[in-house]
Design a protein around this ligand. Structure first.
Ligand code: HEC
Length: 120
């Protein structure tokens, strides 16, 4: 019995501490953020890239959009998507986006490896 209690004491905090990233990732697709910001959060045209950006900045922007504050007409588009978000959801989304690195970009960069003397 003691071991079972010990098991939960040790593993429950570990389990509950990490899912924020997964929750953020799930929300990103559930809320349709990928539709504009891209499936790798890489951004496209007028939609800014969100991957690997500062958590504080992303949080600040999302809370402003949630409060229906936009600096230009382009940003008005974000308001309906930020309106329903709770503080916890914003925390999850920004945790995920900050930690997420756009893999396509990395793959592209690593293909630049040069082996040997270049074949001469
Ligand atoms: C309909 C397209 C659309 C969808 C869907 C969308 N966004 Fe945006 N998002 C935008 C536009 C447009 C901007 C503002 C671009 C600008 O400032 O010029 C923006 C800006 C942002 C910014 C600020 C980034 C910056 O560099 O200023 C964050 C953070 C953000 N969106 C997060 C999200 C999240 C999280 C979701 C999902 C809940 C989401 N967006 C869904 C279009 C969209």
């Amino acid at each position: 019995m003691r071991f079972i209690v010990l098991f939960f004491l040790i593993f429950l905090p570990l389990y509950t501490a990490t899912p924020l990233y997964e929750k953020g990732e799930r929300l990103y697709f559930q809320k349709g953020c990928n539709g504009c910001h891209g499936i790798h959060a890489e951004g496209m045209t007028a939609y800014p890239a969100l991957a690997n950006r500062a958590k504080g900045f992303l949080t600040y922007k999302l809370k402003r959009f949630r409060d229906k504050i936009s600096d230009n007409q382009q940003q008005e588009m974000m308001i309906p998507f930020a309106t329903g978000l709770s503080d916890e959801e914003i925390d999850a989304l920004t945790t995920f986006l900050h930690a997420f690195v756009n893999v396509t970009q990395e793959e592209y960069d690593s293909s630049y490896e040069v082996w040997g003397d270049g074949g001469s």
